[in-house]
Design a protein around this ligand. Sequence first.
Ligand SMILES: O=C(O)[C@H]1O[C@H](OP(=O)(O)OP(=O)(O)OC[C@H]2O[C@@H](n3ccc(=O)[nH]c3=O)[C@H](O)[C@@H]2O)[C@H](O)[C@@H](O)[C@@H]1O
Length: 432
Amino acid sequence: MKHIDCAPSTPGKFKIEKSPYNRLRLHSYLAKLTFWSLVFLGLIYLFFYRSPSSSPHTTSDPSRRSLRSSFYRDANFKKTVRASAKIRSRNGISVLVTGAAGFVGTHVSAALKRRGDGVVGLDNFNHYYDPSLKKARQALLERTGVYIVEGDINDASLLKKLFEIVPFTHVMHLAAQAGVRYAMENPSSYVHSNIAGLVSLLEVCKEANPQPSIVWASSSSVYGLNTKVPFSERDRTDQPASLYAATKKAGEEIAHTYNHIYGLSLTGLRFFTVYGPWGRPDMAYFFFTRDMLKGKSIPIFEGANHGTVARDFTYIDDIVKGCLAALDTAEKSTGSGGKKKGPAQLRVYNLGNTSPVPVSDLVSILERLLKVKAKRLVMKLPRNGDVQFTHANISLALRELGYKPTTDLQTGLKKFARWYLSYYGSGKKSAQ
Ligand SMILES: O=C(O)[C@H]1O[C@H](OP(=O)(O)OP(=O)(O)OC[C@H]2O[C@@H](n3ccc(=O)[nH]c3=O)[C@H](O)[C@@H]2O)[C@H](O)[C@@H](O)[C@@H]1O
């Protein structure tokens, strides 16, 4: 007896015997085939049309919502965006701030608004760290008149819509997947935000008319295994030590391409371990504070042969000044509607503090400020992307942006600790 599973792969060669039993089997085979085809089609439907965003961190799916619902076409939405973008000072600029509910994004948005610029925020409120902190930052910005659109930089139709509503003169691009060590856990989130997201944004900017000038967040991590200190913009950046660093370095090359082909004015800022009030709970100074207050031990990394691990910690207010100076000195893009008309500005600056501090000293400062003794767990620097030290040469930023950091770590951490204690309290309610 021939069994259906034994059917030859070339259907034409399959000879059906004409007994009623075989007809019955053929029917049952066809029924099964139809059933599984429907199941398969159903799965395809679910995967492509109903699945959540490809970003593992995106809470909702803003890209689909913008396409399907009329929310972003709503007159109220346009009115709110226009009001937020309204320039209130002479020579003011209108800025789209991506990652506006993030640490640096919130501070930069508030500073721009304070001096009378128009500001519209964009943020996807992902779950990389406690989104309630991002919501609290959003509420803070709302009180100053800055509206944050909930959406992803990969959502080109939403970006186009925003440029239709407001002819932004500038984009401050701070949306990114941050964190050096997390890249080993979730590499695709770095590609999604720092590469695909950047390209999506630049594609829309290059088509915009007028094209905006763009300032964006690169990172000190691009110096990677570079051993020459202090790090200068002229030093090599082709040895990234983490995927995070590699995506930021890729961003710098992508910026070069869009500047070269489309005449976009682009400025990359290499931030050096930015800290301060409303900071990121995934960063060491932040979770050290949380865990020290809880009486938990904190892992302090050291290099080979007990080598010191140090960072050029830079206070948020200094970084904000650097960001605003970069926006103010950015020349106009030269292209329009996707066509370059002439050469455009392309810049990269270090924004650091120029005085590296060992991580163990950071902990001593926190001990004094929080009045608790840290349970130090000294351990070898894990091989997961960390570099042993960073140190910025900021002479270029000083010369061209007038950037001059003025906050030492002790002073900056004092402001952070005061904010932390007022926001979370000293123990019970604490950061996640
Ligand atoms: O400036 C930069 O380029 C980068 O600064 C930080 O990265 P990182 O300097 O590694 O900041 P933290 O994760 O806060 O670490 C600070 C220091 O504490 C050390 N550390 C970290 C974690 C830990 O458990 N123990 C510990 O000793 C690290 O080795 C590092 O020296 C940010 O997380 C990146 O997003 C940013 O791009």
